[in-house]
Design a protein around this ligand. Sequence first.
Ligand SMILES: Cc1cc2nc3c(=O)[nH]c(=O)nc-3n(C[C@H](O)[C@H](O)[C@H](O)COP(=O)(O)O)c2cc1C
Ligand code: SF4
Ligand code: FES
Length: 565
Amino acid sequence: MDANEFRRPVGWRKGRQVDPAALERVRQLLDGLPPRRDLLIEHLHRIQDAEGCLPAPLLAALADWLGLAQAEVYEVATFYHHFEPVREGEARPPALTVRVCDSLPCRLNGAEALLTALAQRLGREARVQRVPCIGRCAEAPAAVVGRRPIAPAAPDAVLDAVAGGDFECPVPDAQDYAAYRSAGGYRQLAQLLDGRRSRESILEELDGSALRGLGGAGFPIGRKWRIVAQQAGPRLMVINADEGEPGTFKDRHCLERAPHRVLEGMLIAATAAGCEACYIYLRDEYAGVRALLARELAALRADPPVPGHALPDIHLRRGAGAYVCGEESALIESVEGKRGMPRLRPPYVAEAGLFGRPTLAHNVETLYWVPEILERGAAWFAGHGRRGRRGLRWFSVSGRVRDPGVKLAPAGISARELIDEFCGGMLPGHALYAYLPGGASGGVLPASLADEPLDFDTLQPHGAFIGSAAVIVLSQHDSAVDAACNLMAFFRDESCGQCTPCRVGTAKAAREIAREHWNTGLLRELSAAMMDASICGLGQAAPNPVLSVLRHFAHELDAREPPQR
Ligand SMILES: Cc1cc2nc3c(=O)[nH]c(=O)nc-3n(C[C@H](O)[C@H](O)[C@H](O)COP(=O)(O)O)c2cc1C
Ligand code: SF4
Ligand code: FES
C-alpha cells in the first residue's frame, strides 16, 4: 500500500471542518459588525436572535471568521445563560421561551405556583424556564415572554402574552435628549469642558458630598477618579448596568426615567479622569432600556451638547445572563468577549482593567447623582441623612410591604422607617419578621434589628451589609431558612466555577441546608473556607444567608425535630 494514501491533502485543517454555507450565513448575520474578538458576545447575540439558538456549524464558522480556536468560541457560548449552543443532531429549542423568576421576592409572591400552572397550561408553543431575578421584584412574581416582561405575572396574563404574539419589551417613556437639554441638562459637562469649572473643584464638590459608589462596595467616588487619572493613558471607563443582585431594580429606574442624567454623569467622570472611551454594559434582561439607550446615544452623537468638544467613543454592550458579570473585573472580561470570570487582584481595574488599560468602573446610580450634586452643591446632598449618616439613595424595596418599589430615602434610614414612611407599612395580615438589607449577598436580619441605620459600614457588626440597597422584607409567614435555601441555590447557579471554595462550597452548602437538620459545625467550616479563599465577592458573600440563620434565626432550626437514631 502506498504510505501517502493516508496523508491528508495539502492545506487540510484538522478537527471540525467549517461548512462554507454556515460561513456564508455567519457573514450575512454579522453584516456591519467587525470581526473583532471583543465583539464575540455581540456576534453570538446576533446569531442567537436570528436562529433561536447557536447551532454548532455556525459556531465553527464564527470561530473561523474571527480567527479564533473553536474551543474559545464554544467556552464563551456555554458560559452565559442566554446562549444556547446546539450540537449537530440535537433538537433546537422551541421558538418561544417563557422565563419565570424564582428569586426570593418572586418566590414570596407565588413564583412556584406560577411555574406549576404554566407547565400545565402552556402547550408546545413555548417552554418554561426558571431564571434568577429580572429586576421587576416590586411587581412580583415576574416573567418574561420572549423579551416582553410580564409583572405581576398571573398565569392568564402570561398565556395572553404568549397568544398575543408581541414578544418585544416596550421602550420606556423616558426624558429624551431634547427634553433633558431644555431642562438645563449637560450644563455641568459644558462647564467642565469649556473651563468655567475646574476638574479640581468638581472633585472637591464630590468629596464634600460624601457620595460613594452605589454598586455595592461604597468606594469614595472622588478618590477613584483621582487614582484612575494618575495612571498613564490611554484610560477607559465602564458603566456597570448589569444589576443582577436579586431584589435590585434601582438602576433600571434611573435609566428608564432619566438616561441622560446617567450619561452626563458618565461624561463628566470620563472627562475628569481622562478616559478616552466609555463602555456601557447593560444586562440582557433590560431589552427596553437597551433600545432606549441606543436611541438616546444616537441623538447625543448626532448633536453633541458642547460645541467644539468631541464626545468620547461610547459603546453599548449587551450582557448575556450571568450575575457574576456585575463584578467589575468579570464585566471587563465580558466586554473583552470572554467568559465573565473575575480576575485576581492586584492589579486593580483602576490600574489595569479593560484591554489592560487603567479603567474607571462605575455603577449607574453613582453616575446618576453626579450632575445633580454639581448643580445643587455638596451640602445639598450631604444635608440629607439620618442618624449622622449623609446622602440620598434609591432603595429597591420588595417583599411583604404594602407599596413596594424604588424609594428615594436618606442614608441612615432604618428598615422600619423605610417600610412605614415610604412603603405604606406591612401588607395587611403581615408583621415584620426579618429583612435583607442588601439583596441576596447582604445577609438576613431579624425585626429586632430593624431600627439600625441602613448605610455603608453600619450593619457589619450584625453580619450584614447594605450593598446595592435592595431591601427584601419578610413577615411572620416566611422563614429565614427557606430564604437561605433560595439564596444559596442562586449563588450555586451563578458561581463562575473558577475557584473551588465557591464552586464546590455553594453546591455543598445548598445541599446541606436543604436537609431537615443542619450540620452547623460543617456549615461554619464551609462558610469560613468560602469567605477566606474565594477570589471574588460572590463566593465571599455566599455564606451570608447561612451565617445569618445561625446567628439570628437559630430558633427556626431548634423548632425542627432532632434526628431519629
Ligand atoms: C458578584 C458581584 C456582583 C456585582 N454586581 C454588580 C452590579 O450588578 N452592578 C454594579 O454596579 N455593581 C456590582 N458589583 C460591584 C462592582 O464590582 C463594582 O464595585 C461597582 O460596579 C463599582 O461601581 P461604584 O463604585 O459606582 O459602586 C458586583 C460585585 C460583585 C462581587
Ligand atoms: S468566588 Fe465564585 S464567582 Fe467569584 S471567581 Fe470564584 S468561583 Fe467565580
Ligand atoms: S424579578 Fe423576581 S426577584 Fe427580582
